[in-house]
Design a protein around this ligand. Structure first.
Ligand SMILES: NC(=O)c1ccc[n+]([C@@H]2O[C@H](COP(=O)([O-])OP(=O)(O)OC[C@H]3O[C@@H](n4cnc5c(N)ncnc54)[C@H](O)[C@@H]3O)[C@@H](O)[C@H]2O)c1
Length: 321
């Protein structure tokens, strides 16, 4: 059955991939930027404008009755640190405004919120379970980005409990897409390494060799969103879930890339403004809750992600463009 869907941040990396997978439905998109060229025919109506424009959001909700909202628009981590007040306005106030419209619409509307491992704040990289952090541990973000994500998770759970908005959220690790390049995110160095290697371009990583985070591919992220949103209500007990596919250091990523692209030129020059963000995040997360409650399972290991998804699709993408 075709559903009415609102996607904010429709022109971003996840939005572009999500529109592709939800294209059987009636999609209304919103973003500050134009849609990716692959999306334009798949979106029923696109609003180019800002999420912080309350009148625009009211107009959209008065025109459509949505079954599902995918609220992807946000300022990402590096941009948030540069403009913390704007970050609060875009990431927090706009989320509360959207949740309020969903509350008014009623009918148990489903609301997807992409959270992040930035909600964690590790005291240092030597603490015991830095390689398997649970959803309930180390919720002490050091960045405004992490603070905004953690607050939105909490307010989302509140709107679920008190007002019946069916809020569901994934704390994403770094996401690697073969189709698009990220901008302004803290985990961007890994996708940037791959895109540069395929294009024979020298790459200088903004974090040091030992920096380690969890990652996954974009198709896995989109499949996970779909699986979580389709899961029966009675399975969704926790509402906020970690997921991950593999964890790797910047050096290990370089070594993997060199084994496929021996001429790749990857250097490291740590930028202190971005390094401390990575250093506050866990090396890896525990995703048992997502496995238990809605059957999350990763598709790829680092090797199969490179061989079966990244290399073929990166090459195809750059040959076509
Ligand atoms: N990509 C990742 O690795 C990752 C990891 C964890 C969480 N997330 C979260 O997933 C969501 C989508 O991320 P993405 O990777 O697609 O990022 P992105 O930057 O590619 O997309 C975000 C989109 O939001 C739009 N946007 C920003 N401010 C806006 C505003 N005021 N009004 C309307 N649109 C606005 C931008 O134009 C952009 O197209 C974000 O909430 C992000 O925090 C992403």
């Amino acid at each position: 059955m075709s559903k009415n869907i609102l996607i904010t941040g429709a022109s971003g990396e996840i939005g572009t991939a999500l529109i592709n997978s939800l294209s059987d439905h009636s999609i209304v998109g919103l973003d500050l930027s134009d849609l990716h060229k692959s999306s334009s025919k798949k979106v029923m109506n696109f609003y180019k404008g800002s999420l912080v424009n309350k009148e625009l959001i009211s107009n959209i909700f008065s025109k459509y009755k949505f079954d599902e909202v995918y609220h992807l628009a946000a300022l990402l981590s590096s941009k948030c640190e540069k403009e913390p007040e704007l970050a609060h306005d875009v990431n927090v106030n706009s989320t509360v405004n959207l949740l309020t419209h969903c509350k008014i619409q009623g009918d148990g509307i489903k609301f997807f919120f992409p959270s992040s491992i930035a909600v964690y704040g590790m005291p240092d990289k030597s603490v015991g379970n830095i390689n398997s952090v649970l959803e309930t541990e180390f919720l002490d973000p050091v960045t405004i980005y992490g603070c905004t994500k953690l607050y939105c998770e909490m307010i989302g759970k509140y709107y679920a409990k008190v007002f019946g908005v069916d809020f569901r959220s994934i704390r994403f690790p770094g996401i690697i897409s073969a189709l698009t390049l990220p901008t302004g995110g803290t985990s961007d160095y890994i996708p940037e390494m791959f895109h540069s290697a395929v294009n024979n371009r020298r790459y200088v990583s903004f974090v040091n060799e030992s920096s380690q985070l969890p990652f996954m591919t974009m198709p896995e992220a989109v499949d996970a969103i779909d699986k979580l949103m389709q899961a029966p209500d009675d399975k969704i007990l926790s509402r906020i879930y970690n997921i991950r596919s593999f964890s790797l250091s910047a050096l290990r990523c370089k070594e993997k890339i060199l084994s496929y692209f021996p001429k790749a030129n990857i250097q490291f020059s740590s930028n202190s403004e971005r390094q401390w963000l990575v250093d506050s995040w866990p090396n890896d997360v525990n995703d048992d809750l997502a496995k238990e409650e809605w059957g999350w399972a990763s598709t790829y290991t680092i090797d199969s992600a490179i061989e079966q998804y990244l290399i073929p699709n990166l090459k195809k993408n750059y040959q076509e463009n």
